[in-house]
Design a protein around this ligand. Sequence first.
Ligand SMILES: *Cc1c(COP(=O)(O)O)cnc(C)c1O
Length: 362
Amino acid sequence: MSQINVTRSSMPEYKEYCEEIKELWESRWLTNNGKKHNQLENELERYFNTENVTLFVNGHLALEIALASLKLKGEVITTPFTFASTTQAIVHSGLTPVFCDINDIDYTIDTDKIENLITEKTCAIMPVHVYANICDTEKIQKIADKYKLKVIYDAAHAFGVTKDNISVACFGDISMFSFHATKVFNTIEGGALAYKDSNLKESLNIFKNFGQQGEDITEIAVNAKMNEFAAAMGICNLRHIDGEIEKRKKVVEHYRRLLSNVQGIKLCPEQKGIKSNYAYFPVVFDGYKYNRDEIIEKLGRENIFARKYFYPCTNEFSAYKDLFKIQDTPVAKYIAQRVLTLPLYADLSIEDAERICNIILK
Ligand SMILES: *Cc1c(COP(=O)(O)O)cnc(C)c1O
């Protein structure tokens, strides 16, 4: 029996990709603002319906450069129920994460708990659209305006999602998207920032290219440029993205139908006004006949590998021990101990989705 992993990368037909990269053998222009890079940047601005998109080698460095370009110092309010990257970007940038708990409906930041965490050192809020569940962006913006804080969304999961027909790329000051192989849209590895202030464009381009401006180095910075082969993969994948999301939707509909209204199994409700990208399917086992770890074992015996996204919470990482005061986040901790994300990708067959549900329910 073939193995089913939690995700499987979307790819164009082999021929389509070959056609896309062919001209690179003539131009010999492989990176540094190449033609493919600039084309993908423009196409994403159109796709997001935003004015400003800048590409990066990966989502993580995009996030770090977002923080650097805004010249932030001090504390950043964020959540620990996320991939390591969110918190690592803050800490690696010399900022202090202040952990806000999540709500127990969609697992995004609990906006009722943000204001209590604001101090004179707070400079920004970095919420996460976790599983492509969209944060309460209005409430967050209200708080940010009141206290003059920047808002940087970790939108790594939320490619192509809209809220009341507005792209999520339009919320906050900056949103980061990851184009890692495992994400809904991939450039093999890659990422992007979408942002409001057009003046940031020049600065972001400097920050992703060693801080170089002409002959001088004007910023302390890294190398985070996207190469032409990655951009070409993005151009191809973007042609098929709507179809891929549609196929994911079919899988999710089956999961929802088979796992809804089961005692002890909790699903995230569909969010009102949100057009989803069906990035993940988290299931919380709370009082079910098997606990989360027993379900992992049952699936594993059938060669099916679901993942504990996200366990442990980032505020439990030993790397941060003794570095700063770590806030307790009981809801995040509770969910992290019980959540499992089921296999979900465009090419997952309906038969396999049903088989996975049957193993869980048996
Ligand atoms: C994938 C991911 C990132 C990092 O993206 P990379 O492109 O892999 O560097 C950041 N945040 C979250 C929530 C992610 O899932």
